[in-house]
Design a protein around this ligand. Structure first.
Ligand code: SAM
Length: 287
């Protein structure tokens, strides 16, 4: 085995003309790597989602460097200049307010354009709420689906919820505390109350909590509570053989589609009963 770290093949960092996407803490400021600090200190400039937020890290580690703001509102205007700087040989670090840039945060779009223009991109690993929640959930973590924030538009949202309901893999969702109760109601409706879930609140911070067992229990727990703090949700996938809820959901979805296509309830139920080898009355019971 070659004991040389692959990094030893690279020149000293930061290198000219490279776009660095630097992971920063999601709460606990000590969750930052030496390598990330070195990049922040020595790149030509640091493009941050919010300069005030990044300054907290810079101040804690006695780093000063040129900071510019780079966020959802101004990225379209600023991206061409940053790409020009990179082509002229500057090195640039992108940082978000918390965690990994590009994960529901600025960074994704500029990385896409940089790639299309042949600019090298290097990710500097750091904290990520999704991964931190997943590994501390105790739920299967080797394969998983990350949904980020669910769409706001109801039809798109229901499509994703339906996907989650029949997924055999663990799902991770970001949600604002204000909307957690609504999401729990939806998850209850789509996945049933018995599905295992873990709500990770305030990861890496003083009041970190992992709240869970089933959707039903968690929904009851939060019913009369004001939800505050940052929230990531981890939902266990279905057990393919045991999950009767899934069949029901699929039949219900098929039924709606047939009715929308113009079939009467009776005709659609008769067809689905035959297709699924169950009684017509069982289909009626689903609605
Ligand atoms: N780029 C970040 C990352 O790598 O995790 C995610 C940014 S996204 C705009 C913010 C969302 O991440 C929050 O609404 C919440 O769902 C989740 N999040 C961030 N920090 C968290 C924390 N300390 N505890 C739990 N969830 C967190």
């Amino acid at each position: 085995m070659n004991n040389n770290s692959s990094l030893s093949h690279r020149k000293a960092e930061p290198e000219n003309g490279i776009l660095y996407l630097v992971g920063t803490p999601i709460g606990n400021l000590n969750d930052i790597s030496q390598r990330a600090l070195n990049i922040l200190k020595n790149v030509s400039l640091v493009a941050c989602e919010d300069t005030r937020q990044t300054k907290k890290i810079m101040n804690k580690f006695n780093i000063s460097n040129k900071l510019i703001s780079f966020n959802k509102q101004n990225s379209l205007i600023k991206t061409p200049n940053l790409l020009k700087d990179l082509k002229e040989g500057k090195s640039i670090a992108i940082v978000s307010d918390a965690g990994m840039p590009g994960i529901c945060d600025p960074g994704e779009d500029i990385a896409k354009i940089a790639r299309s223009q042949g600019i090298d991109i290097i990710g500097i690993p750091g904290a990520c709420a999704a991964i931190t929640a997943l590994i501390s959930s105790g739920l299967p973590s080797s394969t998983f689906v990350f949904e980020g924030f669910l769409p706001r538009k109801q039809s798109e949202r229901e499509e994703v919820l339906f996907e989650i309901s029949k997924n055999i893999k663990t799902t991770i969702i970001y949600e604002s505390p204000k909307r957690l109760k609504k999401l729990l109601r939806e998850l209850y409706e789509f996945c049933g109350g018995d599905r295992e879930i873990m709500i990770a609140r305030e990861l890496t911070k003083k009041f970190e909590e992992h709240i869970g067992y089933t959707i039903k229990e968690v929904s009851e727990l939060f019913k009369d509570k004001e939800v505050v703090g940052e929230i990531t949700i981890v939902i266990k996938g279905i057990n393919k053989k045991k999950d009767f809820n899934l069949d029901k959901l699929i039949i219900k979805k098929d039924l709606n589609e047939l009715i929308n296509a113009g079939l009467s309830l009776s005709a659609a139920s008769k067809y689905l009963a035959k297709k699924n080898g169950i009684k017509k009355s069982e289909i009626y019971n689903l609605i």
